[in-house]
Design a binder for this molecule. Structure first.
Ligand code: DGL
Length: 271
């Protein structure tokens, strides 16, 4: 039996991480928690973000997860130490994972206000690439519009142009999607960026890093999967939220390619 992988985010965003994980490890079992009662995280105070992370991670620990993936950059930026202390199992972060994989000296980062203000991306990238220029831009309008399911909203393009302007003026050649909701905007952002600018989703690096961990915990090593029956993700993934289950199932269908059955849970039940 392989370890149960726990993932959490404030809402739909972490599903972009879950989907990559399910694709790469077709035998993994996952527990996804969307803390939709408190979305968005990115406009909250540091103290709030840390207190929420402690509560969410303690709940996941009680569900017997064997490894935790921070599917939320805001929590990763401001509460990685909290998660590590509470989880009692290995924790995989997005920010360190992608920083190690970047190969650019001019990097732009789009992120929530809390992540951008924390400077976590700048520090992580400088630890691996000391001379890189890193410009972090806060994008407060994105998460509320994405959670509302309105990806065609004219406001989205107008906001995106505003957020990208300083990155383009600085001549970045790489833009990191520093919030797990933002890969949902990839078509829009690709259309607005010149072709030589690469969009990087940190989930790819984090999910890759998970492989050796899963293998060491009894999971099936990659490359040994051919010929083994693949179980549909719906049967090996539990999806929970702290807010409205039906609304989340509707929003999630679009990103998972199937409509998950979603449970509403009380995160304080284990305190
Ligand atoms: N998707 C999350 C992140 O990566 C949280 C966004 C929010 O709730 O503001 O930061």
């Amino acid at each position: 039996m392989s370890a149960l992988v726990g993932l959490f985010d404030s809402g739909l965003g972490g599903l972009t991480v879950l989907r990559r994980l399910q694709e790469r490890y077709p035998h993994s079992s996952c527990l996804y928690l969307g803390d939709t009662a408190r979305v968005p995280y990115g406009q909250r105070s540091v103290a709030d973000i840390r207190a929420i992370a402690a509560e969410v991670v303690m709940w996941l620990r009680h569900q017997q997860v064997g490894v935790l993936v921070m599917a939320c950059n805001t929590s990763n930026a401001l509460a990685l130490d909290v998660a590590v202390a509470e989880a009692g199992v290995p924790v995989v972060g997005l920010i360190d994972s992608v920083a190690a994989d970047l190969d650019s000296e001019r990097v732009g980062v789009l992120a929530t206000p809390a992540t951008a203000q924390s400077g976590a991306y700048r520090r992580a990238i400088h630890a691996c690439h000391p001379h890189a220029e890193v410009l972090e831009v806060a994008c407060p309008a994105f998460v509320p519009l994405i959670e509302a399911g309105d990806l065609q909203a004219p406001a989205l393009e107008a906001e995106a142009l505003t957020y990208l302007a300083p990155l383009l003026a600085a001549g970045v050649d790489t833009v990191v999607l520093g919030c797990t909701h933002y890969p949902m905007l990839r078509p829009l952002l690709t259309a607005l960026l010149p072709p030589h600018v690469r969009l990087v989703d940190p989930a790819a690096s984090a999910v890759r890093r998970l492989g050796p961990l899963l293998a060491s915990m009894g999971g099936m090593p990659e490359g040994e999967l051919s010929g083994v029956e693949v179980v549909h993700p719906a049967r090996r993934t539990r999806v929970c939220v702290s807010g409205c289950a039906e609304a989340f199932a509707d929003g999630a269908s679009r990103w998972l390619g199937y409509r998950p059955s979603v449970e509403r849970v009380d995160l304080r039940s284990v305190g």
